[in-house]
Design a protein around this ligand. Sequence first.
Ligand SMILES: O=P(O)(O)OC[C@H]1O[C@H](OP(=O)(O)OP(=O)(O)O)[C@H](O)[C@@H]1O
Length: 188
Amino acid sequence: MDEHMITSEEAMRVMAEADLLHSAEDVAAMLDRMAVEITATLGDKTPLVLCVMTGGVIVTGHLLTRLNFPLEQDYLHATRYRGATSGSKTITWLHKPEAALVGRHVLLVDDILDEGYTLREVARWCREQGAASVHIAVLADKQHDRRVEGIWCDFPAIELVDRYVFGFGMDYKEYWRNANGIYAVKGL
Ligand SMILES: O=P(O)(O)OC[C@H]1O[C@H](OP(=O)(O)OP(=O)(O)O)[C@H](O)[C@@H]1O
């Protein structure tokens, strides 16, 4: 068993003890607002929306149904936590988009901006590929002073306290990405 894995019984206990920070209704309202802001900025730019897998999959799906303008969709997979609750400083690319980025207005969509290593590297790579612009949208923008230099967020849906969170795409040791809301792990 992977050192970071927990049993489904432990996963049940984590959920039972967790604090609900934002309900599904809160999240929906914040995504509505985010979609309006993205539309104002990118609605006439036919952006290429890139989902940052795995965590970005749920927010990307919910967001896309709120964007009523022409866009293209692709995905990438970059990871640095790999099931742990603290990450390495370097990211591992597991998949790069098929779509050409040259001259495109790219919108990166991810679940959480935490220390920022992941999105900083992904954004740097997009620019290196020739993107005309790179915007970043995240469901959760965690508030603390450990952010790396050179990262930004154009469209944060929710500002979060500095706790380890799960739900709506975010995992606790690979569980509960499916939780319909944002929860904080007890004690973390
Ligand atoms: O701002 P950072 O401190 O870099 O952390 C945020 C990143 O960490 C998580 O991905 P993870 O590495 O867990 O990959 P996964 O989505 O495939 O689980 C999350 O989905 C973000 O991409």
